[in-house]
Design a protein around this ligand. Structure first.
Ligand SMILES: Nc1ncnc2c1ncn2[C@@H]1O[C@H](COP(=O)(O)OP(=O)(O)OP(=O)(O)O)[C@@H](O)[C@H]1O
Ligand SMILES: [Mg+2]
Length: 234
């Protein structure tokens, strides 16, 4: 069953139209990746889905239309980890987690903080340090843990591998896969790094110049020569 269904989505910035007739579905419980080069419209797509950017078309989430109404996707269970992470550098790691759970009951927030600090042990070890002092990989973990603090049903991730060494990315993606396996949390990632994302994804879609292609099983996308030339550096 599709948790998210996007049809005929158009979005852009003023006169600049970036997304043209984007269609895609994200199945409940799946990890879906959208692969695209720089400037393809990946970030714009996630912004449109999380209501940060006006858009035309249809975005149905869990059977409810999100566009054209006063809906707050964050309150409906859609969490967005933005490109460049968006953590608060002067707050400690633990404070970053606590503020991200602001709309949940205090007891739940404390148990979620413990849960994600156990899941990402570095975040537990560095609980009292300012987020600005974390390494790139640790900051990305913190950004993801912050999103998880809202107890989402759909996690949107904007290029989590950006600026990370392949080994760090692999560890981070294994963490995402484990969360998906253990909790069934649905994830939509946008990425340029096909090699590492296709390894954990169930389905993949290519976006090119603001237009989406067909959704295919990740393993099948991996075999595609065009994909290999464009995103795997062969
Ligand atoms: N705030 C903005 N104002 C005007 N144009 C923008 C803005 N943000 C992005 N664009 C333009 O929209 C197009 C798509 O940008 P977008 O950030 O969605 O691409 P992307 O696929 O996320 O690229 P990258 O991999 O580099 O992050 C680009 O041509 C970009 O210059
Ligand atoms: Mg981007």
């Amino acid at each position: 069953m599709a948790l998210l269904e996007v049809a005929g989505l158009h979005a852009g910035y003023g006169a600049l139209q970036v997304l043209h007739e984007v269609d895609l579905t994200v199945d409940d419980g799946d990890i879906t990746v959208i692969l695209g080069a720089n400037g393809a419209g990946k970030t714009t797509l996630l912004r449109a889905l999380s209501g940060m950017l006006p858009a035309r078309g249809s975005v149905t989430y869990d059977g409810t239309e999100l566009l054209g109404r006063r809906r707050n996707p964050a309150r409906m269970g859609i969490a967005h980890v933005p490109q460049g992470r968006g953590t608060f550098g002067t707050l400690t790691v633990e404070e970053n987690l606590r503020v991200a759970g602001y709309h949940r009951p205090a007891r739940e927030v404390e148990s979620s903080i413990r849960r994600w600090q156990e899941f990402f042990p570095r975040l537990g070890e560095r609980a009292d340090q300012p987020a600005a002092g974390l390494s790139g990989g640790e900051q990305q973990m913190l950004a993801i843990a912050r999103a998880l603090m809202s107890a989402p049903r759909l996690l949107l991730l904007d290029e989590p591998s950006l600026g990370l060494a392949p080994k760090t990315t692999r560890g981070l993606f294994e963490g995402l896969k484990r969360i998906n396996d253990e909790t069934g949390l649905t994830m939509l990632l946008v990425e340029q790094n096909a090699r590492l994302t296709l390894a954990i994804a169930d389905h993949a879609i290519v976006i090119s110049a603001g237009r989406t292609g067909e959704k295919r099983p990740a393993a099948q996308m991996w075999q595609d020569e065009t994909i290999q030339r464009a995103y795997l550096g062969d």
